[in-house]
Design a protein around this ligand. Sequence first.
Ligand SMILES: [Zn+2]
Length: 385
Amino acid sequence: MATLSTLDLITRLVSFDTTSRESNLALIDFVRDYLDGFDITSELVFDESGRKANLFATIGPEDRSGVILSGHTDVVPVDGQTWTNDPFEVWERDGRLVGRGVADMKSFIAIALAKVPDAIAQIRKTPLHLALTFDEEVGCLGAQKLVPILEQRHPRPRACIIGEPTLMKPIIGHKGKRSLRCHVHGLECHSAMTHVGVNAVEAAAEMVAYLKSLARRFRDEGPFDPDYDPPYTTVHTGHIDGGTAVNIVPKHCLFDFEFRHLPEHDPETILREIHDEAERLSIEMRQVYARAGFDFQMISNITGLATNGDEEIVAMVKQLTGVNGTGKVSFGTEGGVYQHAGIPTVICGPGSIEQAHKPDEWIALEQITACETFLDRLINRIAAE
Ligand SMILES: [Zn+2]
């Protein structure tokens, strides 16, 4: 395949409807063919359904430890949003590109792909890896499949840059998140006979109240990190559904809750506390009905990111972007998955998260230029090693 400009590539990538519920294979095939045109081999890692794949490719020697450029290929739905034009057709307006995914985060992937010929021409010793993932927006599922494979590589990639929109500022931390659905199982009966039933709505309410007490405790007692807003782990119930009528003791109730934890606040400990409370509440319920109780189902799981500011990749990204400091952000990324695998990770990409997920999502052309300059410098830098 011939060389394509950044703009051509952004237009092509956006044209694939890779809303998380859809297959991303058309986009992955396009990228694989593009890389094939430069004799770069892609490794695909599929999900269980075979409808989605991660792509991993290496420019430079396979047997050396390189730097990963990582981006997710999926986008959030346009359902219910009012767009000026077709969201999957990029258009330009007032120095901006508009289209679904231009900020989050197909422009970064397109810029990285546009730099492939330069990278091939310059890189000799330290490789540059490209990692494209699926299902980031629904819980970083693709990265969770890809990263264990990278962990087994010898040598393991030495660092990762994720091009989520940060206005090209180096970001070294974000909170982790767990979303869960809780099914409460009770026993139905006439509301005149409450003593022979198990009221699932009341049990759910007690559990929700417990979650609120956890939220207060974290707010008041920490742990705290002043770099985050708010500076503590949050807990919240977002949806509840149960019962039929006021004269029936309800047998079922479900509710969805999440907690967004500081990276240093162990999510497993929080989960254990929640399960312990469910166990405690179940004792009384089971005295009436042995099968009563709580079932928890994980809906999504984002690992927190806390990259040590002393890592080489942090200094490198700061130098290449010309930005002096580092920051932490409130949105989740795949960074925690890489970090968990021992691959130090910095988030740095063009565009702003403010524009992500919205109708008429846009990215400023100057952000695209800034990212091109950054990747030019990165390639120069690793080519000089
Ligand atoms: Zn994103």
